[in-house]
Ligand binder design. Structure first.
Ligand code: AR6
Length: 173
């Protein structure tokens, strides 16, 4: 499913983000930049140790922020590590919006023309899927309406439930 926004497009796919061949994929990271389970675990096992090593050199990223490393053995050249909020910590919506926005900005700054996001914070961090879909899709659409070199933003949704939440939201847009 696709939506055209100016010169760019937003696309939804169901599947494993580490299989994506966009210039960059986004990791659902934590502030310590330690690759744990979920998306991060899949990136660590397929991408190899260089990604964690680069994260260690960066050291830390605040909630709502994003940093970039190489993609190791992944198809993607880069991994953008976006730190989403944990459900219950407060200000979750604003923090998720900023994590999405800062990922797009860091992508633009690094000549990334295509990028794949997961549904940030909706796994181990427990943030609701519907709200995630609304916030992330609205933020991406707004960003693509401005000046950017990003041509394609993909969302890789892992299961039926998350794909449906994003599809329902995109249809409203
Ligand atoms: N491809 C696409 N989506 C996936 C994949 C995959 N391979 N694996 C899981 N998902 P999560 P968070 C979905 O837990 O909630 C880690 O320990 C998953 O179903 O990866 O932001 C980190 O190191 C869910 O919808 O991220 C952090 O400490 C979504 O991706 C913490 O978890 C996000 O789930 C971050 O938690």
């Amino acid at each position: 499913m696709k939506l055209q926004v100016n010169q760019s497009e937003i696309e939804l796919v169901q599947g494993d983000i580490t299989e994506s061949d966009t210039d960059a994929i986004v990791n659902a990271a934590n502030s310590q930049l330690i690759l744990g389970a979920g998306v991060a675990g899949a990136i660590r096992s397929k991408g190899g140790p260089s990604i964690q090593e680069e994260c260690n050199a960066i050291g830390h990223c605040p909630v709502g922020g994003a940093v970039i490393t190489g993609g190791g053995n992944l198809k993607a050249r880069h991994v953008v590590h976006a730190v989403g909020p944990r459900q219950g910590e407060g200000d979750e919506e604003e923090k998720l919006k900023n994590a999405t926005l800062n990922s797009l900005k860091v992508a633009d700054q690094n000549n990334v023309k295509s990028i794949t996001f997961p549904a940030i914070s909706t796994g181990i961090y427990g943030f609701p899927l519907d709200a995630c879909a609304r916030i992330m899709l609205t933020t991406v659409k707004e960003y693509l309406s401005g000046t950017t070199i990003i041509e394609r933003v993909v969302f890789a949704l892992f299961d039926d439930k998350s794909f449906k939440a994003f599809k329902d939201q995109l249809e409203k847009m």
